[in-house]
Every structure is written in structure tokens, then in C-alpha cells.
Design a protein around this ligand. Structure first.
Ligand SMILES: [Zn+2]
Length: 263
């Protein structure tokens, strides 16, 4: 049976670009269809009913018609504009990081309800988290899981032996932990402390709210970032632009005051 000519879906706008005189091309991540690109005709005219509904980092309900190359957005209704992210530059940079990873990893034309729910939940958790970096680590971990690259945390990825408490390494490119006896030549390795291993296992088994409530000391937070962010970057196969933007914002922040340093 041919797919329906029109359909409705839930989407998260990842980015938009102007096209033609008044149109927009919007990249949306949807629960029903994965990543898709759609044109919103006339959406840049101030009189368009689509104005303001297709901003990046907005959760929407969309009515779509199948087009020859791009889908056509016929209606859009904001479900959650995620205002807390848009009012705070560091939070917005973190939201854009989530959007960029979805854009890079999200399957096209393939139902992805788990990934959609994960992204929406992480974006909503960012403003209230004990440290807004922690939901990003949860996102990276479960993005890997949902795209078939779940980090192995229980058995050595080289010899298969069960990992006992002690000194471990994590291999970014072999996809998990290595026991003390294994050091394959091709492995990109990072040290992995016992406490970082415990947090990774909690992320694996636990919920986003449990993870977002964790208060991690700065060295543990940095260690988790040094494991998960490069793993995601490795599998993505390119630098993540919004991450550099976020790091730049963090470097400009004067320690202790939270103020942005002037030029
Ligand atoms: Zn081993």
C-alpha cells in the first residue's frame, strides 16, 4: 500500500534556512519519520500562520504533505518552545549541541520514537539539572545506545573477560572498557576511574531524572566528558561545531563569578 499523501507528526526543529523569496527549509527530527527536511512555503512572510512555529529548538506538531524532493509543511503548532533554553546562552548552546548530534546521527525516513523522546526529555531537563552538562552525557550515552553503539561497560571489548573493580581504560573507537591485560594497538584509550564507571553504569540502567540530579565534582564531570564526547565525535566522524561554541562560552566565563568577561 502506498504511504499516505499527508500525515501528522511530532517534531523537534533542528535548523532552518531561507530559500527562495519567502520560504524556509526546515530540518526536523520526528518521532514518526526520523530526520527529514521540509519546506514551509511563505513562512518568512509576516502574515504566514507558520511564523514563529519553526524556530530551532522548538517542539511542534506538524501536518505534512509528501513532496517530490522535500516534504511540505502545511500546518505547525508549537507544543513546547523550550523558552528557558532560549533565554540563556550557555543553555541554548547545549540545546544546539543536542540538535547537532541528532542531525548527525538521526536516521532519515525511519521511525525513531525512542530517540525523539530522549532528545525532548534531555532538552527539558537542561534548565533544572544540578549541572547542565550531566544531561548531555546522558544524551550522548543513550544516543550511542539507540543508534546501535551502546558502550560496553561489563566485559573487556578485546578479550571478553568480566570487568572487576580496579584500573580500567575506556576505548573510544573499540566501543567500551578494556581490562588491565589488554592494550590493542589500534585502541584510542582513556583512563576510566571506578567512580566514572559507576556513573556510566547508572546512566545505562537509571533514568534521566536520576542522572540529572547527580552532583558530580568537577574532575569526575570532566572525566565523563572526556570519555563520552570523543566517542560520539569519533562515530560522527567530524568535529561538532556547537561544542566548540559551548567551550568558548565556558572559557570566557570568569571562574566563580558566572560573569562573561569583556573583550
Ligand atoms: Zn581484556
Amino acid at each position: 500500500m502506498a504511504p499516505p499523501r499527508t500525515y501528522r507528526c511530532e517534531g523537534l526543529t533542528l535548523r532552518k534556512a531561507a530559500i527562495g523569496e519567502a520560504d524556509l527549509v526546515v530540518t526536523v527530527f520526528t518521532a514518526e519519520q526520523g530526520k527529514l527536511r521540509a519546506v514551509a512555503k511563505g513562512a518568512r512572510r509576516s502574515t504566514s500562520k507558520l511564523v514563529g512555529h519553526l524556530e530551532p529548538l522548538t517542539l511542534t506538531r506538524l501536518s505534512m504533505a509528501r513532496g517530490r524532493e522535500l516534504e511540505i509543511i502545511t500546518q505547525a503548532q508549537v507544543v513546547d518552545s523550550l523558552p528557558a533554553l532560549k533565554e540563556d546562552l550557555p543553555l541554548m548552546a547545549r540545546g544546539l549541541y543536542v540538535a547537532e548530534l541528532l542531525d548527525g546521527f538521526g536516521p532519515e525516513a525511519s521511525p525513531s520514537p525512542g530517540l525523539f523522546r530522549l532528545a525532548a526529555a534531555v532538552l527539558r531537563a537542561l534548565p533544572g539539572a544540578a549541572d547542565p552538562e550531566t544531561p548531555l552525557r546522558y544524551f550522548e550515552f543513550h544516543l550511542l545506545r539507540l543508534t546501535g553503539m551502546l558502550p560496553e561497560l561489563y566485559q573487556c571489548v578485546e578479550c571478553g573477560s568480566e570487568i572487576a573493580p580496579g584500573a580500567h581504560r575506556f576505548s573510544v573507537n573499540l566501543g567500551g572498557v578494556l581490562c588491565p591485560a589488554c592494550s590493542p594497538a589500534e585502541a584510542l584509550m582513556r583512563p576510566l576511574s571506578l567512580r566514572a564507571m559507576k556513573v556510566l553504569r547508572l546512566m545505562h540502567r537509571g533514568s534521566l531524572s536520576e542522572t540529572a540530579a547527580l552532583t558530580l565534582n568537577p574532575s569526575l564531570a570532566a572525566e565523563l566528558k572526556s570519555i563520552l564526547a570523543p566517542t560520539v565525535r569519533y562515530w560522527l566522524g567530524k568535529e561538532i561545531r556547537s561544542n566548540s561554541f559551548l567551550e568558548q562560552l565556558q572559557n570566557e566565563r570568569r571562574p566563580g563569578t558566572g560573569a562573561i568577561r569583556g573583550q
